[in-house]
Design a binder for this molecule. Structure first.
Ligand code: NAP
Length: 257
């Protein structure tokens, strides 16, 4: 086992869903955390909860990950005592819309590509050099089954998650002569704020995504992230594809009633 206690982990997109649950589990393991997202009030609440509940130190940074400038500012503002980062969880991401490509919103496309691809790239480019220099670190990218198979209406979201898959594979090849590890977690349906965001606040439409089946939870994915991070140093979990038991592919699910 790799001891997690005392390690420093960055989790992007920690204000909701998978990222928030991952922050809670890392704190329970005794990790000090750097947490990001745009909603500062949520970051403040989480910092308070984790510092008091687990006696760890939490540094919070509210910024838009799709802005290269904001990412650069974030990394240069990380406090000295948090700089030896051991784990980077690239989790922040967004789905927008389910329109056919020829009817799609270019604003939605830009948000998905700028957040899911460029945001992940900026943070990785800025954090990985320190890991390479210290020859220790673990980069965990939250991809999706949408990065393994395409579905109608998924077009640009799928393209962005195929990019996460490609980037994860390239990183693993390029870092093979270091002690760094690269893991991609590719979930199917997870009930978080994801679908509400995807359908621009339409809660009824979002609820229908999970209707009649038991979806995964943010905590289920956090569990896998912790599992990957805590393997012995010589064990690299390359990819985990995980779905609810009632889901077989991006388009096949069994719903009761
Ligand atoms: P969520 O509950 O909507 O959480 C998304 C997180 O990303 C939030 O903390 C959000 O923070 C952050 N984020 C989004 N855009 C951002 C931006 N421009 N700048 C900074 N932070 C941003 O969704 P989730 O399901 O936990 O999603 C987490 C990851 O899992 C995503 O990469 C998603 O693609 C992936 N995933 C989800 C599912 C699913 O079914 N839910 C399945 C497969 C993969 P703020 O809004 O505060 O900025």
């Amino acid at each position: 086992m790799t001891e997690l206690k005392g390690k420093i982990a960055i989790i992007t997109g920690a204000t909701a869903g998978i990222g928030r649950e991952t922050a809670k589990l890392f704190a329970k393991e005794g990790c000090n955390l750097i947490l990001t997202g745009r909603r500062e009030n949520r970051l403040l609440e989480l910092k308070e909860e984790l510092e008091h509940g687990h006696g760890v130190s939490v540094s919070i940074h509210a910024f838009d990950i799709s802005s290269r400038f904001a990412c650069e500012e974030f990394v240069s503002s990380i406090p000295e005592e948090f700089r030896e980062i051991g784990i980077l969880v690239n989790n922040a991401g967004v789905g927008r819309g389910m329109d056919k490509l020829h009817e799609g919103s270019m604003d939605d496309w830009e948000e998905m590509i700028d957040t899911n691809v460029k945001g992940l790239l900026y943070i990785t480019r800025l954090i990985a050099p320190g890991m390479v220099k210290r020859n220790i670190g673990h980069i965990i990218n939250v991809g999706s089954i949408a990065g393994q198979e395409v579905y109608p209406g998924g077009n640009i979201y799928c393209a962005s998650k195929y990019a996460v898959h490609a980037i994860s594979q390239a990183l693993r090849m390029e870092l093979v002569d270091t002690s760094l590890r690269v893991t991609e977690i590719a979930p199917g349906m997870v009930e978080t704020e994801f679908s509400v965001v995807r359908f621009h606040g339409d809660k009824e439409r979002a609820n229908n995504v999970y209707k009649g089946l038991d979806p995964l939870t943010g905590a289920d994915i956090a569990d896998l992230i912790i599992f990957a991070a805590s393997r012995p140093a010589h064990v690299q979990i390359n990819e985990v594809i995980v779905m609810p038991t009632a889901q077989a592919t991006a388009t096949i699910a069994h719903r009761k009633g």
